[in-house]
Design a binder for this molecule. Structure first.
Ligand code: PMP
Length: 426
């Protein structure tokens, strides 16, 4: 096929291609990206570049076309792009597992290399249910979560997304019935902690695990809450024989100002999911980590195997880039960079506070959120950001940014201006 013009490409896109959550009623025409470098996306229509305020959904923490990540990909490509993981192993996967174990909260020791965040959550749930089954307690097969969460688009993750007004409401009668606590309040409230304790105690006999996004609820509403609730969950889970799963797919690798959000509370979950920024946004890979207790429990069962083995498990190319991305992150003062962005976003988003139509402005680490008092007009908001030279993807009542950590101060200021403009015009 010869090179396509932008118009031809868009016509074929309309005809044949599903986009996330598409087709959306009244969706705006997608922008065609020709290339990306640093924090900039270059548009194919020749209209210029956009500063990426989204890090491609939290993933491209080092920016695009990074020489270190490119080199890791090229080097690995010349060796082996993929090989099955059943009965075979290789250095990129083993090195990555070791890196993840060393950097994650103490006690997490075993790593399942999944091929997407949703699959890593499926595997986490499977681990927990199988653990109790292996211990002769098969009735412990439900999950507890709090409202306002988001854990992915496959079946089990959908069942622990917010059941009301969330993205998967359509399936509420069909999905496994999980146990829901109220959404966590931003600041610590003893009455809410008590609500969590009471619910875990009441359902303990049927609960395999509690699963939550620690500190930041992302795609379910961009809400922040006190890390103290993580300690409450840890204690209640320990007291009532329930496993604790943290979904760090969005929060992992420094985004909240800690390497993992669990570190804000110094809590180790029994199972932890990571994804998105794992490969610096280059390739699709996620991981489910668990403690020796969980792994040993599973291997003591009647069926002592974790029956999950996707074709692209442990993909060497993704694992090699993930190793390079993690080493790049840990080899620099990442915390200062995240704090620098936090300061820039606090300053830049301050004007939105008190503006008409704005309910709340909040910033944590390299995450800035403006919450409106109405559903955002996605097209008007996106257009306003593009006019400022910035790519944003507002949703529901939210205009937000999670820029790459390499975003300069000027570009952070520009992104903040775009968020304010999108909030004003959306
Ligand atoms: N969990 C969380 C907290 C997420 O933010 C996401 C993605 N937005 C997922 C799970 C699902 O990951 P993926 O899109 O890679 O399947």
């Amino acid at each position: 096929m010869p090179d396509l013009s932008v118009d031809e490409l868009l016509a074929l896109d309309r005809q044949h291609v599903w986009h996330p959550y598409g087709p959306m009623p009244g969706r705006q025409e997608p922008l065609v990206v020709a290339s990306a470098s640093g924090v900039r996306l270059r548009l194919a229509d020749g209209s210029g570049e956009l500063v990426d305020g989204m890090s491609s959904w939290w993933s491209a923490i080092h920016g695009y076309n990074h020489p270190v990540l490119n080199e890791a990909a090229h080097r690995q490509l010349a060796r082996m792009s993929h090989v099955m993981f059943g009965g075979l192993t290789h250095e990129p996967a083993v090195r990555l597992a070791k890196l993840l174990v060393d950097m994650s909260p103490d006690g997490l020791e075993h790593v399942f290399l999944a091929d997407s965040g949703s699959v890593s959550v499926e595997v986490a749930a499977k681990m927990c249910l199988q653990y109790w089954r292996s211990l002769g307690r098969p009735a412990k097969r439900r999950l507890l979560t709090w409202r306002g969460g988001y854990h992915g688009d496959t079946w089990t993750p959908m069942s622990v997304c917010d059941p009301e007004g969330g993205m998967h409401e359509l399936w509420s009668g069909v999905l496994p019935r999980q146990v829901f606590a109220d959404a966590p309040p931003p600041r610590y409230e003893e009455s809410y902690a008590e609500h969590l304790r009471e619910l875990i105690a009441r359902h303990a006999d049927e609960l395999a695990a509690v699963i939550v996004e620690p500190v930041v609820q992302g795609a379910g509403g961009m809400r922040f809450h006190s890390p103290d609730y993580l300690r409450v969950l840890r204690e209640a889970c320990d007291a009532h024989d329930v496993l604790l799963v943290f979904d760090e797919i969005a929060t992992g690798f420094g985004r909240t100002g800690a390497l993992f959000a669990a570190d804000h509370a110094a809590v180790t979950p029994d199972v932890m999911c990571v994804g998105k920024a794992l490969t610096g946004g280059y390739l699709t890979m996620a991981a489910t980590l668990c403690t020796a207790r969980v792994a040993d429990g599973i291997s003591r069962g009647e069926v002592p195997v974790l029956a999950h083995g996707p074709t692209f498990m442990g993909n060497p190319l993704a694992a090699a880039v993930a190793c390079a991305s993690v080493e790049l992150l840990l080899g620099q003062d990442w915390l200062s960079e995240v704090k620098r962005i936090e300061t820039g976003l606090r300053e830049g988003l301050a004007p939105a506070l008190g503006a008409p139509g704005v309910r709340d402005v909040r910033v944590l680490g390299a995450i800035g959120v403006v919450q409106l008092d109405h559903e955002v007009d996605m097209k008007a908001a996106t257009d306003a950001a593009v006019r400022e030279g910035v790519w944003l993807r507002p949703f529901r009542d939210l205009v937000y940014t999670m820029p790459p950590y390499v975003t300069s101060d000027e570009d952070v200021a520009r992104i903040a201006r775009a968020v304010c403009a999108a909030a004003r015009e959306g």
